[in-house]
Design a binder for this molecule. Structure first.
Ligand code: ADP
Ligand code: MG
Ligand code: ZN
Length: 621
């Protein structure tokens, strides 16, 4: 249910003014008599002349107009004329001398006209203002209503059906938020003992992990109103409007207490002010942020239980003032789910589609490390779409497999055609990855080779499936990965004696990995267990301006470069060695994939199983 926007008085006055103005204009056009008859106007000199000539019978002296009547015949009254008054102290004397009857004009009945002369200019101004704002801001409510927070603030009160049961795989976060639910349900219990109920809870985690969902679930569990607004909405507002909105939001919320205010994308307003100034500040954001801080400080837990939940995926950019006690002093990590978490999430979403009894969700969960809740929800839907497209009534395991590939690698692009030579190069390249990967299994088991182009960039791909969730990698596994990444290029070298541009991305990733081994993980004997990069970015400087490396001497920088090169080159030599030893197998698999375009499953394992093992080259560093 959305709160009805409160009618803005400024807007209403604007409307009334516009109405009045149009009425007046219409009246003047159609009923001129209403505001005084129009009479011919003559120059002042002519009027004086006529007075001198004794032609004038009566004069009425007004502020804006002198109206007079010429002497008429006995049978008909004289013509009425008017002239513009001139500051002429002699006039009454002249009139008296000529025996003209004269009087000050009665107050003009035209008060309406003078009101309009006050009112019309502002109305025109307002109309122009609205016109421009309507176009520029895309704000349909118009310019006069910017100070009130509008439909974007919504309450989902008792109607909220989201509960913790709808959120899975983030058990720790749920446990922590359960406490918040208790506060909301039963604030007195905590207050009477003197405990301070937290005001702000910050949900931190990558996109799609269920932060918004969790916030709603807290409201749903506690059965309280839920006000939600997104930080990015403030950014487009005028200076001052964001702050007004925040004030308004808290005002509304306090009336509905106990309740939850949820600020999504807090980083959009809560960016560190220091970095803001450095990059050429943003007044609006700062004012909004200040207002938010003021509001959070302003309400004391005693009078109303309003808990502010906020979500961000970039906590490091937040202004430190936000994280102080009494503000967002609680932080809840909402991370990507692990294997069992993914399984639970899959169970939630699989329950919403018709599933083939053969489907093994555990296998799917195993194959999707790194997927966030939103990705898994999307995956189930993709699978259902695939099944429906071919007219099946239930979703099968195969649909899930294809959906995973889709989500991982983008949609299959059959339309993209490679010429024969390109196809051949891609085939050898991918088989190169696969062979090195199967003998150097640190990067996971090779599950599929394909030379069907997918997505934007990949002409072919080799899919490696981790056999379990990995949180730690050892040095040799990283070296395996680098060798595997270089396997494609090595195959091109071995077979064609030349290399193509197709390996650029592989080299990029291999080099990154090698660099991290040296500078982050301290895996180099020469450079020792030092972290040469700066893990946490310096909030004061913002990120983009930062040199990610610590200040190092020229020699150290040189040494790092040499180490990185050494590691990548080692992987390259390892890959070359493997492929030279297994050149016939490389040839065989490549020929086969040129026919079938895809090799996977049993076939692939049998083929790769024939590879002759190669001694691991030792890395000298
Ligand atoms: P975030 O706010 O962290 O970016 P959302 O809460 O907006 O993520 O998640 C988007 C959608 O993904 C949710 O509406 C829900 O359908 C699904 N989803 C994400 N995480 C989970 C989860 N842990 N459990 C169940 N569904 C989830
Ligand atoms: Mg969200
Ligand atoms: Zn490659």
């Amino acid at each position: 249910m959305s709160i009805k926007p409160q009618p803005s008085w400024t807007r209403q006055i604007g409307n009334i003014l516009i109405l009045l103005a149009s009425l007046f204009l219409l009246a003047n056009i159609f009923l001129p008599g209403l505001f005084g008859t129009q009479v011919p106007r003559v120059p002042y000199s002519l009027f004086i002349q006529q007075v001198e000539d004794n032609n004038v019978s009566r004069v009425s002296l007004g502020q804006e107009e002198i109206r007079y009547q010429l002497k008429g015949l006995d049978t008909a009254p004289g013509q009425v004329l008017s002239t513009t008054p001139i500051f002429d102290l002699e006039l009454p004397k002249k009139l008296e001398a000529k025996g003209v009857e004269f009087a000050a004009a009665p107050a003009k009945n035209n008060w309406f006209g003078s009101v309009i002369s006050w009112v019309l200019p502002p109305v025109i101004f307002v109309l122009v203002w609205q016109f421009f704002l309507g176009r520029g801001g895309g704000n349909p409510a118009g310019a006069l209503s910017i100070t009130k927070s509008k439909a974007k603030v919504y309450v989902e009160g008792d109607s909220t059906k989201t509960t913790f049961a709808d959120v899975a795989g983030v058990e720790e976060a749920k446990t922590e938020l359960q406490e918040i639910v208790e506060f909301l349900k039963n604030p007195q219990r905590y207050l009477q003992i003197g405990a301070r109920i937290p005001k702000g809870v910050l949900l931190i985690g990558p996109p799609g992990t269920g932060k918004t969902l969790l916030a709603k679930a807290v409201a749903g569990e506690a059965k309280v109103a839920f006000f939600s607004i997104s930080g990015s909405e403030f950014v487009e507002l005028f200076v001052g409007a964001g702050a007004a909105r925040v004030r308004d939001l808290f005002e509304q919320a306090k009336k509905k207490a106990p309740c939850i205010i949820f600020i999504d994308e807090l980083d959009a307003i809560g960016k560190s002010r220091a970095s803001g100034n450095f990059m050429g500040g943003n007044d609006e954001r700062e004012q909004t942020l200040n207002q938010l801080l003021t509001e959070m400080d302003g309400f004391s837990a005693g009078d109303a239980t309003v808990i502010v939940l906020a979500a961000t995926n970039r906590p490091e950019t937040l202004d430190s003032a936000l994280l102080r006690p009494g503000r967002f002093d609680r932080q809840v990590l909402v991370d990507r789910p692990d294997l069992s978490g993914r399984l639970k999430i899959l169970e939630i979403y699989a329950g919403k589609v018709k599933l083939d009894p053969q489907v093994d969700l555990k296998t799917i969960a195993t194959r999707t490390p790194g997927f966030a809740g939103a990705d898994l929800a999307n995956l189930v839907n993709e699978a259902a779409l695939l099944a429906a497209r071919v007219g099946r009534t239930t979703v099968a395991q195969g649909d899930f497999n294809e959906a995973i590939e889709r989500v991982v690698a983008g949609l299959e692009k059959k339309s993209r055609v490679l010429n024969e030579k390109e196809k051949k190069i891609v085939a050898y390249h991918e088989v190169g990855h696969a062979l090195v990967g199967s003998l150097m299994p640190g990067g996971g088991k090779v599950a599929k080779i394909s030379i069907v182009p997918r997505g934007m960039a990949a002409l072919g791909y080799t899919l490696q499936m981790p056999t379990e969730d990995r949180f730690l990698m050892d040095q040799s596994e990283l070296q395996d990965q680098i060798a595997t990444l270089l396997g494609g290029r090595a195959a091109e070298e071995v077979v064609f004696g030349s290399i193509t541009t197709g390996a650029a991305n592989d080299l990029q990733r291999a080099t990154d990995l090698a660099e991290r081994m040296v500078t982050t993980y301290g895996m180099s004997k020469v450079l020792g267990p030092l972290a040469y990069d700066k893990g946490q970015q310096n909030a004061f400087l913002g990120e983009s301006m930062m040199n990610p490396r610590r200040m190092v001497s020229d020699e150290t920088a040189q040494a790092i470069d040499n180490e990185v090169k050494e590691i990548v080159e080692h992987g390259h030599q390892q890959a070359l060695a493997i492929l030279r030893t297994n050149i016939e197998l490389l040839e065989k698999i490549a020929q086969q994939i040129l026919e079938t375009e895809v090799i996977e499953g049993e076939d692939l394992q049998t083929l790769l199983g024939q590879a002759k093992p190669v001694e691991r080259l030792s890395l000298s560093v």
